[in-house]
Design a protein around this ligand. Sequence first.
Ligand SMILES: Cc1cc2nc3c(=O)[nH]c(=O)nc-3n(C[C@H](O)[C@H](O)[C@H](O)COP(=O)(O)OP(=O)(O)OC[C@H]3O[C@@H](n4cnc5c(N)ncnc54)[C@H](O)[C@@H]3O)c2cc1C
Length: 407
Amino acid sequence: MKPRKFTPAHNSKELAELVCSNSLKSTSPDKASGILKKEMLQLDSLIINSAYSCQLPAGGALAVDRQKFSKEVSRKIKNNPLIQVIEEEVLSIEEETTTPTIIATGPLTSSNLSNNIEEFIGKENLSFYDSISPIVSYESLDNDHCFRASRYEENEGDYINCTLNESEYALFHRTLIESEKIEFHKFEKPNYFEGCLPIEVMAERGFETLRFGPMKPVGLTDPKTGKRPFAVVQLRKENSNESMWNLVGFQTKMKIKDQKEALSCIPALKKAEFLRFGSIHRNTYINSPGVILNTLQSQKNPLIFFAGQITGVEGYSESAAMGLIAGINSSRVFKNLEPIVFPIKSALGCLTKYISDSTNKKIQPMNINLGLFDIKKPKKNIEKIKKSSRESINEINMRNQIELDLV
Ligand SMILES: Cc1cc2nc3c(=O)[nH]c(=O)nc-3n(C[C@H](O)[C@H](O)[C@H](O)COP(=O)(O)OP(=O)(O)OC[C@H]3O[C@@H](n4cnc5c(N)ncnc54)[C@H](O)[C@@H]3O)c2cc1C
């Protein structure tokens, strides 16, 4: 809809505007975001190719000259004879459409359209703020300071409970109070829901507040001491192979370095590897399981696709990755070919599986990370992940090319 109408965060008339950081994160083949970008290049991604052509030196990250990058993407799109760009706000989805349509209006989708998307997918399936707790890898936990149990239950239990004694809790509490927080943007109106307060806001309400909230130790006995701990942080599994664990109720607006510092006061998390940091932002996104298929088609009308951050992924590269899949699949549907389900051996497949997996009741936006790969001890198996990612995308490329040639 730019430049006729702008969201509160966009102000350039060009396409592919990077509204905050100019980095598309790591290019290292040993990091999940590097693997994702490599797959996107194998599939000839417009966004990643353009980013490399406007790259600025940034160590192991793919940072870009953002003006050049936007101009480059706009030039390629506008010069493509098969594309007609119409700069208008779309007010509603054409529900009965008979040609493939992709909705990719991002975290700040205009209110007219978001009202209509709510009608299309059901009001309960569209969120306007994310409220994200950090995720840590299982491999990085210190087992001497945690135990497995569910409250008031005697069997093994679903949670990992990280214990704190009184002095450890006091240090953690003080670090939270002193931490630096990320300011809200002008267009964001923080109106916290009492049941979902950031941990630092709870800490400011009093020394005991967290101990009577997400850190309450009731119903838990530490098998090492036979006693109830002073406080606990509960970790809930985020994926079925138990490589990713979510800190329950630990949504936060602390800066990343402050999150690392505060959470490392929890003995079991002293050396934790963070697969996702906590955050709270204005973010329009779909609770995709049950709404979007793993091909990015909507369940209600498979000719309507969703792409970008609105699908429940987080970040520039991840959003572009969903655009790439929706583009490939909508063109295949248009040519009467089966849409491709990306294999879970690839980063693209892991992300689409996470957002569409109907065993997840409610998702919070997710960035690509090694824990999403369906493999035990992902860091130790990185060579295996790299190989399977490369091979599975090559296979898809070959199959897609052959089928398109036949058409
Ligand atoms: C303030 C802010 C800061 C962010 N910072 C970062 C960051 O530093 N790093 C990072 O990786 N990610 C960041 N993100 C997330 C980032 O927005 C996404 O990762 C990425 O830009 C999403 O891509 P997208 O194509 O899905 O949406 P967008 O890039 O937002 O593109 C969607 C486009 O749709 C247009 N649009 C909206 N409604 C309509 C309508 N009804 N009709 C027609 N057009 C419409 C919008 O104008 C926009 O141009 C940030 C998000 C916000 C809001």
